[in-house]
Write a protein that binds this ligand. Structure first.
Ligand SMILES: Cc1cc2nc3c(=O)[nH]c(=O)nc-3n(C[C@H](O)[C@H](O)[C@H](O)COP(=O)(O)O)c2cc1C
Length: 185
């Protein structure tokens, strides 16, 4: 396991992988260490509303696989991590959010941004630990909540990330040239 590679190398080596070896186990200690780093990500008003549900149990992953087109990732990865927005977190934040309520759609959008930052850090840390990942929004959110017995009022599923050892190294998708992406004014 290589840890603390140069950040540019880690960023360039990360590609979405959709087929994993199906046998590698990631210990709870290592998973916790990776998520701990990921959760150092910034969040709006430092509310830290995102929670990670780590699902390694094969039977539960099999059940979840019935509620997504991304079945191979669900069944061959070491684990999938469901990042959810904890709406109850807002209650603690009332002093900062006088005009906001948990059902404010803007809050959900902000939580989506917070999720992206945590998940991106998680995928890079995972790569540094020698694992590959695949972020996924292609799953039935309501069905996942039902299968995982999550309170649908409290927890809003945001992003699923598969993590494991790739059968073959990820190839990498074409990325646009910087001229098409960056403007200076
Ligand atoms: C928000 C988001 C949702 C995604 N959902 C899926 C998905 O449901 N299934 C899948 O196979 N890949 C999914 N991807 C992965 C993208 O297809 C992939 O990141 C993109 O093609 C670029 O490839 P790369 O990750 O290898 O750089 C998702 C990526 C993002 C950022």
């Amino acid at each position: 396991m290589t840890i603390n590679q140069p950040i540019n190398d880690v960023i360039e080596a990360r590609h979405s992988v959709r087929n994993y070896d199906g046998t590698t186990k990631i210990s709870q200690t290592e998973m916790t260490a990776m998520l701990k780093l990921a959760f150092l990500a910034p969040s709006a008003l430092n509310l830290q509303p995102i929670r990670a549900m780590v699902i390694a149990t094969p039977q539960i992953r099999q059940q979840l696989a019935t509620a997504t087109g991304n079945k191979r990732q669900l069944t061959t990865a070491s684990a999938v991590v469901l990042f959810v927005n904890d709406r109850e977190n807002l209650a603690e934040a009332q002093p900062f959010l006088p005009a906001q309520r948990a059902d404010n759609p803007a809050q959900s959008d902000i939580a989506a941004l917070d999720t992206g930052l945590v998940a991106m850090q998680f995928m890079l840390v995972a790569k540094d630990h020698g694992y590959d990942t695949n972020p996924m929004t292609g799953f039935d959110h309501a069905a996942f909540s039902r299968i995982l017995k999550l309170d649908p009022v409290r927890y809003e599923p945001r992003l699923l990330v598969a993590i494991g050892k790739a059968v073959q190294p990820g190839k990498g998708a074409p990325h646009k040239a910087s001229q098409a992406l960056i403007e200076f004014r």
